[in-house]
Design a protein around this ligand. Structure first.
Ligand SMILES: CC(C)(COP(=O)(O)OP(=O)(O)OC[C@H]1O[C@@H](n2cnc3c(N)ncnc32)[C@H](O)[C@@H]1OP(=O)(O)O)[C@@H](O)C(=O)NCCC(=O)NCCS
Length: 175
């Protein structure tokens, strides 16, 4: 492990972090989503995690949102949906993403939630490889659109062509 990696701190998102999640404007359009995730974390419905270093501030993020069983999809227990997973480009491939994922799994176990789902764009081979290396499997193709309200209050519909991926945490590690 490289020295700077040892100084990476994984912690919960705080309200004052919200502007920094926009990465200088690149993700400004998701402002309302981030605020919603933060509010949900205050109600115990989401776990937004931040990776930071003392020198660089926030270098990565991942959000876990708690979802209820969905019998339409044959999902019979509560689960976490993982989203907005990213590490700043210059810090990738050094283990920060793995640290964030480890913490996600730790949190899932703490909350007795066994299944973690996520969407990975079908063109994002690198991310899919990363997830597979960490035990996620493709369960379905999710094609269509998704809709959100941007920072200016407009409803935006974006195309989605993603793999739905899932990891079931082992029972043994729940003990
Ligand atoms: C996907 C993403 C979050 C992974 O984060 P990361 O910090 O690069 O992840 P890691 O460094 O833990 O692992 C990446 C690779 O680096 C390698 N690596 C891990 N620790 C390392 C170290 N200390 N030294 C060198 N390489 C290392 C791993 O082998 C890993 O390879 P793998 O993908 O074959 O498992 C990051 O690539 C990213 O932000 N991508 C753009 C946004 C994105 O696509 N997000 C996913 C949306 S679905």
């Amino acid at each position: 492990m490289e020295n700077w990696l040892k100084t990476v701190n994984i912690r919960l998102l705080r309200e004052e972090d919200l502007p920094e999640l926009e990465w200088g404007g690149e993700y400004k359009r998701y402002r309302r989503i981030y605020r919603e995730i933060y509010r949900n974390s205050q109600k115990g419905l989401s776990i937004p995690l931040i990776a930071e270093t003392a020198a660089e501030g926030i270098v990565g993020q991942v959000f876990l949102s708690q979802k209820e069983p969905n019998l339409n999809y044959g999902i019979r227990t509560r689960y976490y949906f993982l989203s907005s997973f990213r590490v700043r480009a210059e810090f990738r491939d050094h283990g920060v993403g793995s640290l964030l994922l480890q913490e996600c799994e730790k949190q899932a176990r703490l909350h007795r939630i066994r299944d973690i789902y996520l969407n990975c764009e079908r063109t994002n081979n690198r991310a899919r490889w990363f997830y597979q290396e960490h035990g996620f499997k493709v369960v379905r193709i999710d094609e269509g659109t998704w809709t959100y309200v941007n920072d200016e209050g407009f409803v935006v519909t974006e195309p989605q062509n993603a793999y739905l991926m899932k990891k079931t945490l082992s029972w043994i590690l729940f003990k």
